[in-house]
Write a protein that binds this ligand. Structure first.
Ligand code: 1HN
Length: 345
């Protein structure tokens, strides 16, 4: 590849004239915006220990009352993007949110899509467009773009969950905003009941649901059972993985980020295909050694790490006698829609 002219090679008076007219020469920057073969990535392999962050989150419970916080969150920020950018990757935001007994996080709706993966505690709930979703460890609750959501807590111990949003992308496209609302009335009918069994969907009076998001709660007990059934049914299968989908369409559960649950068999080592999207890994049960390019992380329960795109990832179940269960979030729906999705094998 030929080397192109540098900015410093241009006469200063010419550069000043360009600047005055808001003009920039392309050729000194062409190679950096179009690097050869593999994109430049700010996203670094990064790891967040739950045991290490938990005391700081509990301290936030004392330092930041709900009236002053609205959402009491410590953001899991990737240093490669600069901590102040609050990004885990180009398109993903991650945060650990704390709700204490009796607290309420007021209703709002916004353009970014969010999901929560419950990490600790019982008795909290999120109400999504009137549907009251109980939170239990490992449950996935969607709050897709535009849907009202608020969090409450009737239990007696702290509840913590992992928020995953496409906020960095939505903010970058200058489309991120929120609307505050009133406390929601709970309406009857829960998607996770009506769509309890895969393969059948509600068809009252022969009509299928027209809602864009028929299911907003995916209980971990069901996802775990699906993984164990898949593993038993397909002993030869390497990647025992399920994807969270919209059961009416079979498409990804949300528009921009993709969500999956993966089971590693006892002692299993699994090399993932090298693909364009960045991936987040969160340990639901068990323990996993994760190597991301040249970095290596030991994920214990409730730990989280992330891998940039175009990077080799190898997962190793740290236990020889128990499965490891991971929650994954990635940017593949976005990449597919943009036409830039790649699986390099
Ligand atoms: C949000 O609405 C929630 O509703 C959590 O719990 C984290 C981070 C950025 C923007 C909106 C929530 C958020 C958020």
């Amino acid at each position: 590849m030929t080397e192109l002219g540098r900015l410093e090679d241009l006469p200063q008076d010419y550069r000043d004239d360009l600047t005055r007219q808001n003009l920039v020469p392309l050729w000194p920057s062409l190679r950096s915006v179009l690097p050869p073969k593999t994109p430049a990535r700010r996203t670094q392999p990064a790891f967040w220990s739950y045991q290490a962050l938990r005391p700081l989150l509990m301290r936030a419970g004392e330092l930041a009352p709900m009236e002053k916080a609205e959402r009491r969150v410590l953001v899991l920020a990737n240093p490669g993007h600069g901590l102040e950018k609050m990004q885990a990757s180009a398109a993903m935001y991650l945060g650990m949110q704390l709700l204490l007994p009796g607290e309420w996080a007021p209703s709002h709706r916004h353009t970014p899509n969010a999901v929560r993966l419950v990490v600790e505690g019982e008795g909290a709930y999120t109400t999504v467009n009137g549907e009251k979703c109980p939170m239990a460890r490992g449950d996935l609750i969607l709050t897709p773009t535009g849907l009202w959501h608020e969090h409450g807590h009737d239990g007696d111990a702290p509840v913590v969950w992992l928020d995953v949003l496409d906020l960095p992308l939505v903010y970058y496209t200058e489309t991120s905003y929120a609307i505050e609302g009133q406390r929601q009335s709970v309406v009857p009918g829960r998607g996770d009941e009506g769509y309890r069994r895969g393969g059948v969907v509600p068809a009252p009076a022969f009509e299928r649901a027209a809602r864009a998001y028929p299911v907003v709660r995916y209980p971990w007990a069901d996802t775990r059972a699906a993984l164990l059934a898949l593993a038993a049914d397909r002993p030869e299968l390497q990647a025992v993985q399920v994807g969270y989908v919209n059961p009416e369409t079979g498409a990804d559960a949300q528009n921009i980020l993709g969500f999956y649950a993966l089971m590693l068999r006892p002692g299993q080592t699994l090399r993932l295909p090298v693909r364009s999207p960045a991936v987040v890994f969160h340990q639901i049960e068990g323990a996993t050694g994760v190597s991301v390019g040249e970095s290596a992380f030991a994920l214990n329960e409730a730990d989280t790490c992330c891998a940039p795109g175009y990077t080799e990832v190898v997962l190793r179940n740290a236990a020889a006698d128990a499965p490891s269960f991971l929650f994954l979030a990635d940017e593949s729906p976005l990449h597919r829609k943009l036409g830039v999705y790649e699986n390099r094998g």
